[in-house]
Design a binder for this molecule. Structure first.
Ligand SMILES: [Zn+2]
Ligand SMILES: [Zn+2]
Ligand SMILES: [Zn+2]
Ligand SMILES: [Zn+2]
Ligand SMILES: [Zn+2]
Ligand SMILES: [Zn+2]
Length: 348
């Protein structure tokens, strides 16, 4: 087109070189200072069949790489590309399972290779990639296998804290005593020791000199007792808090794991269901003419699996949501709803 002529041999070696370099996309005219692109039909007519095939491969590769809505499936050996269908563009709202605001949607290359569109790792919607990374990090940090029994320990710690704030040890035998009436005169149920709730000293010492039988005003003593119990309470609170955090993690983690487990079971179910359906339709084909469409069962299992996957990953999402935010409340309501529907579906 630019009028620069070269002999066929020169063209061929020049084009071969360019294709081998992987620069098939913008091969310019080899003439000095000419930036005319070499037309595809010229390339095809000059180079060998094999080179042409290579050229076309580059062509597809470059097309995928230059198109932000298409990506290669990251599974080794899988050469399929995936196009991201615009989410939320579906105004009919029939696909209620697609999240319009999802930042890292899961995509399927069509061969069952599910992956995250953004990080190309394991599919993890509705979490974004960072949350997912944090969650995996959290799991390695927490070593959940070692946390068995954490909820019991947490309860113990909670009990301990409650006792500390709501009871005092008997000054005589140390067994915890709860105050359940207004009067400061306490008697230990175990050793029958009579003492004052405020200063923990013998009740006998209390008389009108200390401000009346029912009011203890022994200031220094009270101060001392309060300091002691404060220290203990702070200690217990720390312990309680640590367990609370562990317990919170375990709460999310066990549910996460449960869904993962169910997912694996249901994946097996999909396989057996498929086999059974094939057997059934084969049997029906032999007896009668037509066979009923059974693909809906397979579809149902697919939907179930998708929901499972989303539910599973909704736990890490919830774990990192700010506590007590409205977003979290709404999220938890939705999660519960989805969970109920899923279990219902799994029953069928
Ligand atoms: Zn030229
Ligand atoms: Zn694939
Ligand atoms: Zn990701
Ligand atoms: Zn006692
Ligand atoms: Zn009393
Ligand atoms: Zn007292």
């Amino acid at each position: 087109p630019c009028g620069h002529d070269f002999c066929r041999g020169c063209w061929e070696s020049f084009l071969n070189l360019k294709i081998q370099e992987g620069e098939a996309h913008n091969i310019f005219c080899p003439a000095y200072d000419c930036f005319q692109l070499v037309p595809v039909d010229i390339i095809e007519s000059v180079v060998s069949k094999e080179m042409d095939k290579r050229y076309l491969q580059f062509d597809i590769k470059a097309f995928v790489e230059n198109n932000p809505a298409i990506k290669w499936c990251p599974t080794p050996g899988c050469e399929r590309a995936v196009r991201l269908t615009k989410q939320g563009s579906n105004t009919s709202g029939s696909d209620t399972l697609s999240f319009p605001l999802l930042r890292a949607p899961a995509v399927d290359c069509g061969k069952g290779h599910l992956f995250c569109w953004e990080c190309l790792g394991e599919a993890h919607e509705p979490c974004d990639c960072q949350t997912w990374k944090n969650w995996l990090q959290k799991i390695t940090e927490m070593k959940p296998e070692e946390l068995v029994g954490v909820s019991e320990a947490y309860e113990d710690a909670a009990n301990c804290l409650w006792l500390l704030t709501n009871s005092k040890p008997c000054a005589n035998c140390k067994s915890p005593i709860q105050k359940n009436e207004g009067c400061n005169h306490m008697q230990c149920a175990k050793c029958k020791y009579d003492f004052c709730w405020i200063c923990l000293e013998e009740w006998k010492k209390h008389s009108s000199s200390t401000g009346g039988y029912y009011r203890c005003t022994r200031y220094e003593v009270i101060q001392h007792v309060e300091e002691q119990s404060k220290e203990m309470t702070v200690e217990a609170e720390k312990k309680h808090k640590r367990f609370q955090e562990l317990d919170r993690f375990m709460h999310y983690y066990t549910r996460f794991k449960n869904h993962e487990h169910s997912y694996q079971l249901e994946q097996r179910l999909l396989k057996t269901a498929k086999e059974k359906m094939e057997q059934l339709s084969r049997a029906l084909k032999e007896t009668e003419g037509g066979c009923p469409d059974t693909t809906f069962i397979e579809d149902a299992v697919h939907v179930l699996l998708k929901t499972r996957r989303i539910l599973k990953c909704s736990y890490p999402y919830g774990f990192f949501l700010e506590p007590k935010s409205t977003k979290k409340e709404i999220f938890e309501l939705m999660q519960t709803d989805l969970e109920m529907v899923t279990e219902d579906l799994a029953q069928k």
